[in-house]
Ligand binder design. Structure first.
Ligand code: NAI
Length: 264
């Protein structure tokens, strides 16, 4: 885990909104910003998870923290959220579009419904966040930063995760397009690309036609191959804060994600 106080005061008083903050990488990211003195808005479709993250964020140092229950793929709900945030909390300084779902299964066996599910959350959720909060940042004219959680899957073809990988490749590209568009306004955009991190998503990703035991076996195998068994979400959170502080464009996080990025 990152040394405590590593980013101390760096984000003091800033307003940070994290989606998918109810667990895993999103929760760890909310905590890291809280420890760095930021006010945190924890957004998740899981109300309990978001509330818990907000509560704990206050405990670890956030001067204020709120929970909002929203499905990021729901455009109207996201519009409502953006209005509420602007009127009640202010314009966000840092937006982290992190909410995402996993879906495994071969290309030929993935139904249109499943493709849609993944693209609705992983791609459209990010588009809604970028557009709504990006506009607010641009209108305010005092800069800001948007971080999108892509994945090493964005540049590493996979037979196991075609829909997921495609959604993340799109997130990587939209981040670079938006980065170019907003650079002149002092608004940074970063794409974070972790490899295998220990969270719910990696333990519940559905392998089509594969039993829970087989899924476990595959995960163990890949963990052994990559030596990744214990890559903690806190280290990804640390990379997120660094990406904002240094305005980095694309950030491969875990060892195998870095390797794949250099090769591509
Ligand atoms: P997680 O499953 O622990 O957390 C995801 C959170 O997003 C959950 O709290 C979930 O309720 C929330 N969420 C899902 N769909 C949502 C929606 N439509 N609206 C609002 N909230 C929603 O998984 P993890 O690993 O923390 O994932 C976070 C991000 O990191 C995802 O975008 C994932 O694709 C990405 N990622 C994860 C990697 C890993 O190995 N764990 C590797 C690379 C990227």
């Amino acid at each position: 885990a990152p040394a405590p106080g590593k980013h101390a005061e760096r984000f003091a008083g800033q307003l940070v909104l994290v989606t998918g903050a109810g667990s895993g990488i999103g929760r760890a990211t909310a905590f890291a910003f809280a420890e760095a003195g930021a006010k945190v808005i924890a957004v998740d479709r899981d109300a309990e998870g978001a509330a818990r993250t907000a509560e704990l964020s206050r405990l670890v140092g956030a001067p204020a923290a709120w929970a909002e229950t929203v499905d990021v793929s729901d455009e109207q709900a996201m519009e409502k959220l953006a209005e509420k945030v602007a009127t009640e909390y202010g314009v966000v300084d840092v937006l982290v579009n992190n909410a995402g779902i996993g879906l495994s299964g071969s290309f030929l066996d993935t139904s249109s419904e499943d493709w849609k599910k993944v693209l609705d959350v992983n791609l459209w959720g990010v588009i809604h966040g970028c557009r709504l909060f990006g506009r607010q940042m641009a209108e305010r004219g005092q800069g800001g930063h948007i971080v999108n959680t892509a994945s090493a899957a964005a540049y590493q073809p996979s037979r196991a995760l075609p829909a997921y990988s495609t959604s993340k490749a799109a997130v990587l590209m939209l981040s670079e397009c938006l980065r170019a568009e907003l650079a002149g306004q002092g608004i940074g955009v970063s794409a974070i690309c972790p490899g295998f991190v220990n969270t719910n998503i990696t333990s519940t990703a559905r392998f089509a036609g594969v039993s829970a035991d087989e899924e476990k076996r595959r995960q163990k195998k890949s963990a052994r191959l990559y030596g990744l068994r214990n890559y903690p979400p806190e280290k990804v959170a640390d990379a997120v804060l660094r990406a904002v502080a240094r305005n980095q464009a694309v950030v491969p996080v875990t060892p195998e994600a870095r390797g794949a990025h250099l090769m591509s």
